[in-house]
Write a protein that binds this ligand. Structure first.
Ligand code: GDD
Ligand code: MN
Length: 378
C-alpha cells in the first residue's frame, strides 16, 4: 500500500511529462516516501501516453489512466481519486507550475490531522511568476468569488493541493472546468484545512488551455455549490451560512439593546432634566449605539465566531477595536445609502433605510469575518 498518490492530469504534455514524473519520484526517494504517481490523460494525440508507458517499464510506482469520454481537467482529477490506491491524494500540474518539493510537507500536514492542504499563491510567501495582466485579473476574480464561499482560504481555486481520501470518498462531485479544488471544498466532507505558500511559475513549454467557456462554467459551479450547501448541512459552505445567520440574530439583538438603552437614558436618567432636549438625545443616542456595538461584539465573539482557529487577532481587545472600526464603516454605508436613495432617487425613506441596513449588514459580516475574526496568514 502506498503512503500517497500524486495525481497528474495531462493533455498533450509530451514536452513535460517525463520531467514531472522524474522530479516527483526524486522527491519521494529523498524523503523516503512510498508514493504512487498516477497520470490521468485525456487520450492525448501527442506522445504523452507513449512516454508514460515507457517510464512505467522501469518505475513500478507509475500508473496511467487513459480516458476517452467526458474530456476535462476536473473530470480527470475526479477519476484519479477513484483510481488511486492510497488514502492521501496530491494533485499537481504536469507543466512544472507547481513545485514537487512541497509534496512531503503537504503529506506531513495530512498526517498531522489536516483534511485538505492547499498550495496557495495568494498568502504571504506565495506568488505568481510571469503572468500577463489579463490572466492575473481573471484569476483574482475567480479567487474573489471562491472566497465568498470559503473566506478563510486565500486560494480556493489552486490546482495544487492534497486531500484525504475520506474527504472525497462519498462526495457527489460534479466536476467540470478547471476548478476541481472548489468542487472538493464545496461538496467534500472536511473540517481542518491548511494552506502552504508557493510560487506559481507559468509553463515554459506548450500553452495554457484556459478558455472563456471556463469562466462561465466557473460561475455556474459557484452557484451550484451555493445551492448544494442549502441541502447538505455537513458542507463547509453551510458552516458559513450558519455564521451569517447567527450574525443576523446578534444584529437584531443589537437593535433591541440600542432602542432599549436609548429609551432608558432619555426617560430615566438625569439626561431627562436637560431643558435642551437635543443634546440629551445626542448623548443618549451615542451611548446607546456604542453599547449595542459592545453587545454585538460579545455575542459574535462568544457565539458566532467562537470556533475560529488561528486568529489574526488573538487578543479580544484587538478584536473589539477592529469590530468598532468596521461597524462604524457599516453605519456610514447605511447612512450614505439612505441619503443617496432618498435624495437622488426619490425612494421612500423607510425603504431606503431598509436597503441601507441590508448593505450595511453585508459589509459588517464580510469585513468582520475576514478582518476582525479572520485567520492569520502566518
Ligand atoms: N486530463 C486532462 N484533461 N488534463 C488536462 C486538461 C484536460 O482536458 N486540460 C489541462 N490539463 C492538464 C494539463 O496537462 C496540466 O497538467 C494541468 O492540467 C493544468 O493545465 P494548464 O492548461 O497548464 O492550466 P493553467 O496553467 O492554465 O491553470 C493552472 O492554474 C489554475 C489556477 O490559476 C491549473 O493548475 C489550474 O488547475 C488552476 O486552477
Ligand atoms: Mn499551466
Amino acid at each position: 500500500m502506498y503512503d500517497l498518490t500524486v495525481i497528474i492530469p495531462t493533455f498533450k504534455e509530451e514536452a513535460n511529462i517525463r520531467n514531472i514524473i522524474t522530479e516527483v519520484d526524486a522527491v519521494f526517494q529523498k524523503n523516503t516516501l512510498n508514493g504512487e504517481i498516477l497520470v490521468v490523460d485525456d487520450d492525448s494525440p501527442d506522445n504523452t501516453i507513449v512516454i508514460v508507458n515507457e517510464l512505467k517499464k522501469t518505475m513500478a510506482n507509475v500508473d496511467l489512466l487513459v480516458r476517452t469520454t467526458d474530456h476535462g481537467l476536473s473530470q480527470s482529477v475526479a477519476d484519479g481519486f477513484l483510481h488511486a490506491s492510497s488514502d492521501v491524494f496530491v494533485v499537481i500540474d504536469a507543466d512544472m507550475s507547481h513545485p514537487p518539493a512541497l509534496i512531503p510537507k503537504m503529506y506531513e500536514e495530512i498526517r498531522a490531522g489536516c483534511d485538505v492542504v492547499i498550495g496557495s499563491r495568494y498568502m504571504e510567501g506565495g506568488g505568481i511568476k510571469k503572468w500577463p495582466l489579463k490572466r492575473r485579473i481573471i484569476s483574482l476574480g475567480a479567487t474573489f468569488l471562491g472566497r465568498l464561499l470559503f473566506p478563510d482560504i486565500t486560494d480556493p481555486v489552486s490546482g495544487f493541493f492534497a486531500v484525504r481520501r475520506s474527504v472525497v470518498a462519498e462526495a457527489k462531485l460534479k466536476p467540470r472546468g478547471y476548478k476541481i479544488l472548489l468542487e472538493v471544498l464545496g461538496k467534500g466532507t472536511w473540517e481542518n484545512d491548511k494552506e502552504i505558500p508557493f510560487e506559481f511559475s507559468d509553463r515554459e513549454i506548450g500553452t495554457s488551455k484556459l478558455k472563456i467557456r471556463t469562466i462561465i462554467e466557473y460561475a455556474e459551479q459557484v452557484a451550484d455549490i451555493t445551492l448544494y450547501s442549502f441541502t447538505h448541512h455537513q458542507s463547509a459552505a453551510w458552516r458559513e451560512w450558519k455564521k451569517v445567520f447567527k450574525f443576523g440574530i446578534v444584529g437584531i439583538s443589537g437593535i433591541i439593546v440600542n432602542l432599549g438603552i436609548l429609551f432608558l437614558l432619555v426617560e430615566y436618567t438625569c439626561l431627562n432634566e436637560y431643558t435642551d432636549n437635543f443634546i440629551a438625545i445626542a448623548i443618549a443616542g451615542a451611548v446607546a449605539i456604542e453599547i449595542s456595538i459592545l453587545n454585538n461584539f460579545i455575542w459574535n465573539d462568544l457565539w458566532t465566531f467562537h470556533s475560529q482557529e488561528n486568529r489574526k487577532y488573538s487578543s479580544r481587545w484587538h478584536r473589539l477595536v477592529a469590530f468598532n472600526i468596521v461597524s462604524a464603516g457599516g453605519a456610514a454605508i447605511n447612512w450614505g445609502v439612505l441619503l443617496i436613495l432618498t435624495g437622488s432617487f426619490g425612494f421612500y425613506y423607510m425603504a431606503a433605510q431598509f436597503i441601507g441596513t441590508l448593505i450595511g449588514f453585508i459589509w459588517n459580516f464580510t469585513v468582520n469575518r475576514r478582518f476582525t475574526w479572520g485567520r492569520t496568514s502566518e
